[in-house]
Design a protein around this ligand. Structure first.
Ligand code: F0G
Length: 350
């Protein structure tokens, strides 16, 4: 049976004798070595952490399991989040499984189809606001001041605690931390969590080094890079369409303490990386997830030499979440009569 994050890493988590050790099967995701891009880009070793293989299709399940367990421990009957989609998919799955009510506030028109389908089918109470993620989060912050409901956004420290388990898994698999960790940045909770995880394993003597943290925002939403709140963030990578990251300061600390970088990538760079991952590695991720690899490509083009470095890219979510984007950039398949000769004709196999 899958152990889950709480059971596997309980010594590093805020688990007490009263904490329910729940799981939906999160964590223990594949960490695979690149077959093609490693050589083409000139990396020493290049790995992908496939977080889209979590039960609800993104890394959110790692943090949600801790946030929900602690909410249950405290007697909460309801959880609430603002979301660009994945947090709501995860929160509603845990709520459905453990008998809680879930309320999710999402921005109108900017949540990928699969994520909405998950939250709806899993029975969340969904409010679609005529505004963006940052406004949704402001509303959630205000609601939890007034109502007895547990907030499960990543400003809840238990989310960060759970998400740091992905850094533990990378070290457990590699035997040490990588030299570089490339990761998309939206609300900046995940880069915060990975950095915490790498630091804790280093302090415990389990790893001998810590990686440089390389976070990438989408250019139209690159608040940290620009150093100012973006009132109307834009990007086709809707998961990271965030103009006022909640963990801004901690992302900057992760960058500075690790001698890393927080940069930005354009939508064109994101889509190029998204296509490369699918076509050259067989990794179908959602657009936001490709920001990690887009960032790596940009840095290498800019002259960064990683020929003797070990690099891990976090692939945060599954491509099936966002079929609309996939199909909008794809060439339509050939349509043929149901006849072998016609099919051979299309294939050029006559
Ligand atoms: N990748 C994916 C697939 C995401 O869903 C998110 C965030 C990120 C990257 C960025 O992570 O916010 O910790 O910097 N999604 C949140 C949500 C905001 O509501 O699902 P971050």
């Amino acid at each position: 049976m899958t152990k889950g994050v709480l059971a596997r890493y309980r010594d590093f988590l805020p688990v007490t004798s009263a904490t329910p050790i729940i799981t939906i099967g999160e964590g223990d995701t594949p960490f695979i070595r690149s077959s093609t891009l490693e050589k083409e880009l000139g990396c020493g070793e290049l790995y992908f952490k496939l977080e889209g293989c979590n039960p609800t299709g993104s890394f959110k399940d790692r943090g949600m399991v801790v946030a929900v367990a602690k909410a249950m421990e405290a007697g909460s009957k309801a959880i609430i989040c603002a979301s660009t989609g994945n947090t709501s998919a995860s929160a509603s799955a845990f709520a459905a499984r453990f008998g809680l009510t879930s309320v999710v506030i999402v921005p109108k028109g900017n949540v990928a189809l699969g994520k909405m389908a998950q939250a709806i089918t899993q029975g969340a109470r969904i409010i679609v606001i005529d505004g963006n993620f940052d406004q949704a989060l402001d509303i959630v912050r205000a609601l939890v001041e007034k109502h007895p409901v547990a907030m499960v956004n990543s400003i809840n420290p238990n989310r960060i605690e759970g998400q740091k388990s992905a850094a533990f898994e990378i070290v457990d698999t590699l035997g040490d931390a990588p030299d570089y960790l490339f990761i998309p940045v939206g609300n900046a909770g995940n880069i915060t969590a990975y950095w915490k995880g790498f630091r804790e394993y280093y302090q415990a003597g389990i790893s001998k080094k810590k990686p440089k943290m390389m976070g990438f925002e989408a250019e139209g939403s690159a608040a940290i890079v620009r150093g100012e709140v973006i009132k109307q963030p834009e990007t086709l990578a809707t998961a990271i369409r965030i103009g006022n990251p909640a963990s801004w300061g901690r992302a900057v600390a992760a960058r500075d303490e690790s001698c890393g970088v927080i940069g930005s990538v354009t939508d064109d760079e994101i889509i190029a990386a998204y296509k490369l991952l699918a076509a050259k590695e067989g990794v179908f991720c959602e657009p936001a997830s490709a920001a990690s690899v887009a960032g790596l490509i940009k840095m290498i083009k800019g002259g960064m030499d990683v020929s003797d470095k070990i690099i891990a890219c976090v692939i945060t979510g599954n491509g099936l979440k966002d079929p609309d984007t996939a199909l909008s950039i794809a060439v339509s398949p050939a349509e043929s009569p149901a006849d072998i000769n016609a099919v051979e004709g299309f294939l050029g196999w006559d």
